[in-house]
Ligand binder design. Structure first.
Ligand SMILES: Nc1ncnc2c1ncn2[C@@H]1O[C@H](COP(=O)(O)OP(=O)(O)OP(=O)(O)O)[C@@H](O)[C@H]1O
Ligand SMILES: [Mg+2]
Length: 238
């Protein structure tokens, strides 16, 4: 069966930096796929080219049979791709609820913004402005906003940011549950190895813009190229 998302030979440069260097990987429908790598490896850039924030210099991205690079930016969500941002991108003066409603504007999911806030455990904060809420809470608001568009593919950029050890464990179970509840496919960028390895069906590894490994969590963890890439990388400690 064809993959839901195919990234094919994608290159993206920023001046002299090759953020993505001929990267190819597939995300099969229904899977949780981890995308890992040391800081600066190109993970967020991969999300930015998939969501059309950045145009790749070379390569193709096919989503659900459509050439995403020919899809206007504003139609990417309509096609069924939604994301959260590493550093959170919410409207600070809008309420939590209104931020979630924005997700339904491009494409409406099955559940209302109110239901989604309840799903992520934030009903009590619906009418609070987003500004000033803790980072981990804002990441949950973003997740609800992404779900509001009823995505087929959910891109999560470091969803465990701002969470303590116990909360990271809960997040893993939560992501597995939402895959089932929303019939979604998940592409997950995370530095928390226990989380990624614990819930991913397959994992791809980037290092300096190149895809250096891919396979089951067990295969990737044993891969000498991966171990070498992470040696001395403090962000992998968790
Ligand atoms: N808009 C940009 N302008 C210039 N350089 C950029 C830009 N975006 C990314 N880069 C560079 O591309 C490389 C990959 O960055 P990217 O943010 O994709 O890494 P990452 O894997 O997400 O890292 P982290 O784990 O720290 O979030 C880095 O060298 C970064 O400085
Ligand atoms: Mg990043």
């Amino acid at each position: 069966m064809a993959a839901l998302l195919s990234v094919e030979n994608v290159t993206r440069r920023f001046g002299g930096v090759v953020a993505l260097d001929g990267v190819s990987f597939d995300v099969p429908a229904g899977e949780i796929v981890g995308l890992i790598g040391p800081n600066g490896a190109g993970k967020t850039t991969a999300f930015n080219v998939i969501t059309r924030l950045y145009r790749p210099d070379e390569g193709r991205i096919v989503f659900d049979g459509h050439d995403l690079l020919r899809t206007p930016v504003h139609r990417v969500v309509k096609r069924g791709v939604a994301r959260t941002f590493q550093n959170v991108a919410l409207w600070p003066t809008l309420s939590v609820l209104d931020n979630v409603k924005i997700g339904a504007q491009a494409r409406r999911g099955v559940r209302s913004a109110e239901e989604l806030l309840e799903y992520v455990g934030l009903s009590g904060l619906a009418h609070r402005p987003a500004a000033g809420l803790p980072f981990g809470t804002l990441k949950r608001v973003e997740l609800a906003r992404a779900l509001a568009s009823g995505p087929q593919l959910l891109l999560l950029d470091e969803p465990a940011g701002g969470l303590n050890h116990e909360e990271v464990g809960e997040l893993g179970r939560f992501i597995q549950q939402l895959r089932a509840d929303f019939d979604a496919t998940v592409l997950l960028v995370e530095h928390h190895m226990n989380l990624v390895m614990g819930i991913s069906d397959r994992v791809y590894v980037l290092n300096f813009g190149r895809l250096i490994s891919g396979g089951t969590p067990q295969e990737v963890q044993r891969d000498p190229a991966v171990i070498e890439a992470y040696l001395g990388d403090a962000s992998a400690a968790a």
